[in-house]
Design a binder for this molecule. Structure first.
Ligand code: SAJ
Length: 434
């Protein structure tokens, strides 16, 4: 189909849309286009997930305002259907790809899911289809992986773009509607059609670009955050060594214009920040670019759980044979998301040291038991995730349960003076001030 015809079908919303991958990005995207009146078919390999969606039920756990209602609405209207069979995509005019793109232990992106999706799509997609990769990919992937895979099967007869997403757990619908997007096209004309497409659902700016620019924007923005967090963590370590309070230092640094120092903490988890810097750094592997800051920042952040272990060991004179309670297993406050959990790394470190570990997390089913029962006989409790409910614990009861009243605050959640008055020994990450 000529681009001009596709443009018209997008404008009158008669274009038929397919979405491959109905996870925390693909499902809300599919539902938002369906809500605007497009006929949308979603494909996922998980038949239970497909079944749930076709019943109008959201398979996504956690608090996602508006998502469950939106899915019920668009499934009831018949605008959104889900399937496991790629043949449902053969009549699609636009296909979005939202599959996972993890990195392996050597920090190299694994594209198994992406390649399988592309091969399955290439086998059935019709001439003139617009294929858009929304997954986060290493810069260069569109040219070196995506285009060749599609061309092998389909020759030249398709349009190709990438449009990275900016969703965040707990804000899926909100971010997809209100955050700007970059659309990278195989040509300026394709980017123009992509802009029109996303303007149907995005209320913010949609910026046109080429593939490499769109790939870089996404990986750079998350690498930027990782480097900023690493800086805050390194300042915290310096403050400990200097007997200062990083939280007071940070408060005063931020009074200087353009110094928005981020938060030191017990670790950096999640599915974006720990991964995307490696996607960016890997893009230039083998080229004449000496990438030093990005891996260094990753090293600082990934080792913060080990620093929490050191705080425990220094305070207890070692943790072997001691019982330690970890407060928080999710990577982010008030979330049930445990991907790349810093607590999981600390758990492994503690066990290697011969400690006994109890874990509490109100949002994670496996760990949402009675906190005070878990605290029984513990020589220390380490706050790893700043869940709101940890702010106002029954500290008298907690103290009565513990064998030794040591608290390590990895997220600057607790009032240092109040807890000392309550009889606790409090060690706050980054704060060794008197
Ligand atoms: N963290 C710190 N210090 C900080 C900020 C975060 O230690 O100052 C830790 C968090 O505890 C967590 C990890 O880093 O373990 C990641 O936290 P995050 O706030 O970056 O949340 P994410 O992982 O959900 O990041 C997402 C990203 N969004 C997308 O990739 C679309 C990121 O680009 C956003 O900036 C971030 O949400 C956000 O701002 O909420």
């Amino acid at each position: 189909m000529p681009l001009a015809d596709l443009k018209q079908q997008i404008a009158d919303r008669s274009a038929r849309i397919g979405v491959i991958g109905l996870g925390y990005v693909g499902l809300p995207v599919a539902a938002l286009f369906a809500q605007k009146g497009f006929d949308v078919v979603g494909i996922d390999i998980n038949d239970e997930r497909v079944e749930k969606i076709n019943q109008g039920i959201s398979p996504i756990e956690g608090k996602e305002p508006g998502l469950a209602e939106l899915i019920a609405e668009v499934v009831a209207s018949g605008k959104l259907k889900a399937a496991t069979d790629y043949s449902f995509l053969k009549d699609r005019d636009v296909v979005l790809i939202d599959v996972e793109t993890p990195v392996n232990d050597e920090h190299i992106p694994e594209y198994h899911a992406l390649k399988e999706a592309l091969k399955s799509l290439a086998a059935i997609m019709k001439p003139g289809v617009l294929v858009i990769v929304e997954s986060t990919i290493m810069p260069g992937t569109m040219q070196n992986v995506v285009q060749p895979l599609l061309e092998m099967k389909c020759g030249e007869g398709f349009y190709l773009g990438n449009c990275p997403e900016r969703v965040m757990p707990g804000k899926l619908i909100r971010n997809l509607r209100l955050m700007s997007r970059v659309v990278g096209g195989d040509s300026p004309a394709t980017a123009g059609v992509m802009k029109l497409l996303y303007q149907q659902v995005v209320e913010a700016e949609v910026d046109e670009a080429d593939w490499i620019t769109a790939e870089l924007v996404k990986t750079v923005e998350n690498t930027y955050r990782d480097v900023q967090i690493a800086f805050a963590n390194e300042v915290a370590l310096i403050c400990e060594a200097m007997g200062a309070d990083v939280w007071r230092v940070r408060e005063l640094v931020r009074k200087s214009p353009g110094r928005e120092m981020l938060l030191p903490g017990a670790g950096v988890g999640g599915h974006c920040i720990p991964k995307d810097p490696w996607l960016l750094a890997s893009a230039v592997r083998g080229l004449e670019v000496d990438v030093r800051l990005i891996p260094a920042a990753r090293a600082v952040n990934s080792e913060m759980p080990r620093h929490v272990l050191q705080l425990l060991k220094d305070s207890l004179g070692g943790v072997k044979g001691k019982k330690i309670l970890l407060l928080g297993y999710a990577y982010l406050e008030n979330s049930d998301d445990t991907r790349n959990s810093p607590s999981d790394y600390l758990l492994r470190l503690l066990k290697e040291e011969g400690a006994e570990v109890a874990i509490h997390d109100p949002y994670v089913e496996q760990f949402n038991g009675d906190l005070y029962a878990l605290a029984e006989g513990c020589q220390a409790a380490a706050l790893m995730t700043a869940h709101s409910e940890y702010k106002a614990l029954n500290f008298a009861k907690l103290k009565s349960q513990m064998k030794h009243p040591l608290l390590v605050d990895g997220r600057n959640l607790w009032d240092k003076a109040a807890l000392k008055t309550a009889g606790f020994e409090l060690v706050r990450l980054g704060d060794f001030s008197a």
